[in-house]
Design a protein around this ligand. Sequence first.
Ligand code: HEC
Length: 141
Amino acid sequence: MKCARYGLATLAASTLLALATGVAIAQVTAVGGTPEGAQIRNPVAATDASVAAGRAVFMEKCAACHGERGDGHGKGIGEYGTPPADLTRASYTYGTADGDVFDVIQNGVQPRLAMPGWDGLISETDMWNVVNYLRTLRRRS
Ligand code: HEC
């Protein structure tokens, strides 16, 4: 099967890369978040200005996949093996603590990266602004 062969080739290539560079293959993102994530303090206060800035970043970079309402119904849906997450749920698969959500935005969901990481593409302040915005989307449980 073509897909399976492509998958194996990709795996072999990344293993070779890891061997050649000595860099370990990225860790798998922890379901349920991490103890560290719960300890990290959000350095950006969730002011109206921060939430508005986070919303602007979300509309530009995230809405294509997650949808303008964050419910996972962006135009990108169907193009990825993994559907974009519904970010209006009360809690998230990879942790709901600010530090865990920040980690997912910065590094993506490893190792498949259907959710790409934004390290270097969005400033850390803006990532925290997005974290603050996502809090306003979540249904109260
Ligand atoms: C290319 C499409 C795409 C883009 C663009 C994208 N995401 Fe995602 N996102 C995904 C997919 C697919 C998943 C589910 C990944 C998985 O479960 O493996 C996901 C998962 C997430 C999660 C984890 C949800 C959970 O339940 O733990 C968060 C948080 C998230 N995205 C936030 C964002 C933010 C913020 C942006 C913009 C900076 C963004 N995403 C941009 C596709 C995308």
